[in-house]
Structures are given as structure tokens and as C-alpha cells.
Design a protein around this ligand. Structure first.
Ligand code: MFK
Length: 538
């Protein structure tokens, strides 16, 4: 009998061990801010590579359950979350994975801090990022709405660090008629006579994280016209003070390819009480702040899952011996992982750049041009990083050989969970069309593209590397395509165009980071050398 046992891949502190995150934070954060947030990130990195990761592996076979009836014939529609998710909820609240963005202890850079927390937390908690993303998006949407009564009622719960007070929020948009085309929604809102309360009637077909205490949803007030403009944005609380659903029936939980810990449900709303958030029309426009925040989370989750796969794969490569040497000494294996690492790093910088802009927009420290850039980059970032995440996850599994295809390694879930990222929150094609729409936010798509070009070129100013030529060539091609494309060719080419913009921005940001690292490291060495002294003359 062979005595051989393969050592499993292992994780260290996921913050201390992450060169890309740490070097990025060093570049964008003032030294005092970085030092102030260091402990919160290091602690989250410790949990993510330690207790949470162990719990995640132990929780692998658990799934949420729906109990529709109690023993005495009462409809209860009770959802039980898995042990991992129950712990994740507490840790998310205590560590401020949502709250950090709203406490704004470091102004607009709090979004970067929060993004880093979410990035570290996400891969060990089996998509608990889904309820957190929607919670964050709901807080932002309510705050933007100016509806003081709802802000006072819900926002303190959404952004608290106290697990007992913490609420998560749902985002109920999708109906049988409308997944991408939300304007087709059929849910009806009837106003109660003499009251501000509406009652909602309809079926919601894909409601994520249904255990939430509140939800933002779309419904059509009676008499409103069809389409997205005839919808209104509503706030509702899912259960009454006794814990019973408020005229909501959970028909079943979805049987999905991945995100199996997320209790995603089909619902019937049968007179659910709800309040208007911001006027009786323009529901799609009013829910857009939520979409943009969850799309940011989508990108952060994409890079987080890529990073997890690569951390495990790199560790495994140092332990797995084949053909006479560890995989980490095999040129082809190293080359393959380096390609994945490059994709991950490009995606990382794009996602966090959108976090930077989002933070500046929230603290109103953003120029008009950068606000339009943020509107454009959000769909571009979401669609580009979503595609990269699936590709990287697939290759990560392959880098383990057969082990990557075996469930109890905990690896296949990386691919299944990544596959949702290009689908929910707008598919690649829907976001490519949104990119075209955002490009002409101020009327002229060529002007939108020039703004984008300026942002890209500012990243590579004063850099002479060959990679800058690749950036320039791609920008030139995108501009000529946009100028030449006519009719259906515009829509047909929208995905290629948007991905080109996304990858070009990623390359420019990578160049910026690399140049900073070169300068910074050189300067560090200069300072250190200077402090060691050069004058040795007696
Ligand atoms: C892990 C992290 C992620 C966590 C995810 C949590 C779970 C998510 C579960 C879900 O997937 S929830 C469902 C998600 N569904 C979508 O994302 C819908 C995808 N479809 C689209 O995004 C369509 O483009 C859209 C529904 C918005 C199109 O609808 P319409 O009715 O044709 O809207 P239209 O006319 O394009 O836009 C209406 C207004 O909103 C316009 O403004 P104006 O009235 O001033 O002209 C738009 O400019 C504005 N708008 C639309 N999208 C916007 C936006 N404004 C800002 N940002 C945006 N993203």
C-alpha cells in the first residue's frame, strides 16, 4: 500500500498574504489612513484564511431550507440559513462590511476600505456578499431618495455594527415576464383609501436572500402606463412583529447551479403592505442607485473569487510534485498561473477604481466629468470582471487536475459561484447595451468616449513601456469602431466594444500601479540607503 498522502492547499492570513491588495492600498491611501485601517483588514484576513474558511469547508453540504407549514396547518414559510451564513451575518455586522462605507471615517476612501473588507470576507462566506450588496444598495437608495421617514426607519438597521439590530435588504425586481426587461413587470400596487400605504399583488420570480427583513421592489400603481417609467419603487418589511410573513408566500426555493447558500425564492405578494420610496413613477430610474452599488459588489466579488482560487492554486503548486519537481517549478504551470494572475490583477484594479469613484460620488467630491465616467465604468467593470471570474475559476480548477473536479476539495463551488457573476445584476449583453446608453449620458457618445480616453491616458502619462502602445491602439480602434458602426452593427458589436474598453482601462490601471511600485520601491531603497549613511570619511 502506498504511504503517499497529498497535502491539501492551505490559506494564510488573506490580507497579510495579498501583495496586490496591499500594494494598491499603499498607493491610494494616505499612510495614516492605511495605518488606521490596518488592524481591521488584518483581522478580516485572519478570519477569512482561518476560522471562516474552516467553517466554510465544514458547511459544504448544508443548504438553506424552506418550511412552508407548521404541524398545525399554519402557513409559516420559515427559512433556515446554514451555520456558515449565520456566523457570516454576525461577522459582517461586527466588522462593518456594510457600515464602513456609511460611517465615512476616512471620507470618500471609506468605500475603498469597505471594498477591501468585502473582498477579504466574500470568498470564505459562500456569497453572503449577495445580501450585503443589496443591503448596501438599499441604504444608498433610501439615503438618495430623501424619504426621511423611511431613512429613519430602515437605514440605522442597515448600517449598524450591532448584529442584534442588523437588517439585510432584498432587491425584488425580476418577474416571469421581465428579468432583464424590468419594464415588463406585472406586480400591481393598490393604494389603501385615505392612506399612504399601498398593497402589492403579483409574483416575484427570482428574489435573492429571502431571509431579509426588508426589500426594495418595483410595482405598477393602478392606472400607471406600461414600461419602466410606469413602475414605482416601493419599500416593504417582510415579516410582522410576530415573525409572520406580511401577505407574502414563499412558493419555493430555486434549485440553482451555484450560490446554493443563497435562499433565492419565488414569491407571491398577496396584498403586501408597502410604501412609495420616491414618487409614483420612474421606478427603474429610482432603483438605479441600488443597481450601481450591487454591480460594484459584483465586481469586488469577482476579483475576490479569482484571488481565492489563485491563492489555493499557488499554495498547491508548491506542494504537489509531478514529473520530478513541485508544480511551482514547472515552467508551463507557472506560465499558466501567471496568465490568470494578470487577468485577476487587471480586474482588481478596475473594480477598486470604481470603488474610489463611488466613494467620491457619495461624499460629493466628484467632478461632473468623473460622475459621468463612473456611470460609464460601472457596467463596463461589472461585465468585464464577471467574464474574467468565470474564465479564471475554470482554469483554477484545471490547475488542480482531477482534484479540482471533486466536490469535497471545496474547489468546484468556485466555478459554480463565479458563473452567477455575469448573469445577475444584468447579463453581459444587457450591460454592454447599458454601456452604450451611459456613453451618451450627455448626448454625444463621442464626447463620452473622449472622457473615457482622457481617464485612461491620465493613468499612463509619463510611462514609456510598450504596453502603453497597446493601450493607445485599443483606444484608437474603439473610437474608429464607434464612428463607423451603423444600425444593427452597433448593438451587435456592443459586447466586444465594452469588453475592449474594460480591458483597456484594466491595462492602463495596471501600468499606473506598476509604475508607482517601481518609483515607490526605488524611492524606498533610496531613503533606506540614505539612512544607512554614505559618508564614511573619518
Ligand atoms: C455578489 C454581489 C452582487 C449581489 C447581487 C445581489 C442579487 C441580485 C439579484 C438580481 O439579479 S436582482 C435583478 C437585477 N436586474 C437587473 O439588473 C436588470 C437588468 N436590466 C437592466 O439593467 C436594464 O438596462 C434596465 C432594466 C435598467 C432597462 O430598463 P428600462 O425600463 O428600459 O429603463 P431605461 O429607460 O433604460 O432607464 C430608465 C432611467 O433609468 C433612465 O433615466 P432617464 O429617465 O433620466 O432617461 C436611465 O438612464 C436610468 N438608468 C438605467 N440604468 C441606470 C440608470 N441610471 C443610472 N445607473 C444605471 N445603472
Amino acid at each position: 500500500m502506498s504511504q503517499f498522502r497529498q497535502t491539501a492547499p492551505a490559506l494564510k492570513n488573506q490580507y497579510d498574504d495579498d501583495r496586490v491588495l496591499r500594494s494598491y492600498l499603499e498607493r491610494v491611501l494616505p499612510a495614516d489612513v492605511l495605518s488606521e485601517i490596518h488592524d481591521s483588514l488584518s483581522e478580516m484576513g485572519r478570519l477569512a484564511g482561518g476560522e471562516l474558511y474552516e467553517l466554510q469547508l465544514a458547511d459544504r453540504l448544508n443548504e438553506p431550507t424552506l418550511t412552508q407549514w407548521d404541524a398545525w396547518g399554519n402557513r409559516i414559510d420559515k427559512i433556515e440559513l446554514t451555520p456558515l451564513w449565520r456566523v457570516a451575518e454576525r461577522i459582517a455586522a461586527e466588522h462593518g462590511v456594510v457600515a464602513t462605507a456609511y460611517e465615512q471615517r476616512h471620507g470618500s476612501l471609506s468605500r475603498v476600505h469597505q471594498g477591501a473588507l468585502a473582498y477579504l470576507f466574500t470568498p470564505s462566506t459562500d456569497i453572503y456578499s449577495c445580501p450585503l450588496a443589496m443591503t448596501d444598495g438599499a441604504a444608498r437608495t433610501l439615503l438618495n431618495s430623501g424619504n426621511q421617514a423611511l431613512i429613519d426607519r430602515a437605514v440605522p438597521h442597515l448600517i449598524t455594527r450591532d448584529p442584534k439590530e442588523f437588517w439585510t435588504a432584498g432587491q425584488w425586481m425580476t418577474e416571469l415576464t421581465g428579468g432583464s426587461d424590468v419594464g415588463l413587470s406585472e406586480t400591481l400596487a393598490k393604494q389603501e383609501p385615505g392612506s399612504n400605504t399601498f398593497r402589492l399583488y403579483g409574483r416575484k420570480w427570482f428574489t435573492s436572500a429571502i431571509a431579509s427583513q426588508m426589500a426594495l421592489t418595483l410595482a405598477r400603481p393602478e392606472g400607471n402606463p406600461p414600461g419602466g417609467r410606469g413602475l414605482a419603487l416601493f419599500y416593504l418589511e417582510t415579516r410582522d412583529e410576530h415573525g409572520s410573513p406580511r401577505n407574502i408566500q414563499i412558493n419555493r426555493l430555486k434549485d440553482k447551479l451555484g450560490t446554493r447558500k443563497v435562499p433565492t425564492a419565488e414569491l407571491t405578494l398577496d396584498g403586501t403592505p408597502a410604501q412609495l420610496v420616491k414618487g409614483p413613477v420612474e421606478g427603474v430610474r429610482n432603483i438605479a442607485p441600488l443597481l450601481n452599488i450591487t454591480r460594484l459588489w459584483n465586481g469586488i466579488s469577482a476579483v475576490a473569487l479569482m484571488r481565492r482560487g489563485l491563492a489555493l492554486s499557488a499554495d498547491y503548486a508548491s506542494k504537489r510534485v509531478a514529473f520530478g519537481a513541485p508544480l511551482s517549478e514547472k515552467p508551463l504551470h507557472v506560465d499558466t498561473l501567471a496568465t490568470l494572475q494578470a487577468e485577476f490583477e487587471g480586474a482588481f484594479h478596475l473594480a477598486f477604481y470604481v470603488a474610489e469613484l463611488t466613494g467620491r460620488s457619495e461624499t460629493r467630491e466628484i467632478s461632473d466629468d468623473d460622475a459621468l465616467l463612473l456611470r460609464l465604468l460601472t457596467p463596463i467593470m461589472k461585465l468585464t470582471t464577471g467574464k474574467q471570474a468565470v474564465m479564471v475559476a475554470s482554469e483554477v480548477l484545471e490547475s488542480f487536475g482531477g482534484a479540482g473536479y471533486v466536490e469535497d476539495t471545496g474547489l468546484p463551488v468556485l466555478l459554480r459561484d463565479s458563473q452567477v457573476l455575469p448573469i445577475w445584476e444584468g447579463t453581459t449583453n444587457v450591460l454592454a447595451l447599458d454601456t452604450l446608453r451611459a456613453l451618451q449620458s450627455d448626448g454625444d457618445p463621442r464626447q463620452g468616449l473622449r472622457r473615457f480616453e482622457a481617464a485612461v491616458m491620465s493613468c499612463v502619462a509619463n510611462v514609456s513601456d510598450d504596453a502603453v502602445r497597446v493601450v493607445r491602439a485599443a483606444l484608437g480602434h474603439a473610437a474608429s469602431w464607434l464612428a463607423d458602426a451603423q444600425g444593427d452593427a452597433v448593438e451587435a458589436g456592443a459586447r466586444r466594444f465594452s469588453l475592449t474598453l474594460g480591458r483597456t482601462m484594466e491595462l492602463a490601471l495596471l501600468i499606473k500601479q506598476a509604475q508607482w511600485s517601481l518609483d515607490h520601491k526605488a524611492i524606498n531603497s533610496v531613503r533606506r540607503f540614505a539612512s544607512l549613511g554614505v559618508d564614511v570619511i573619518f
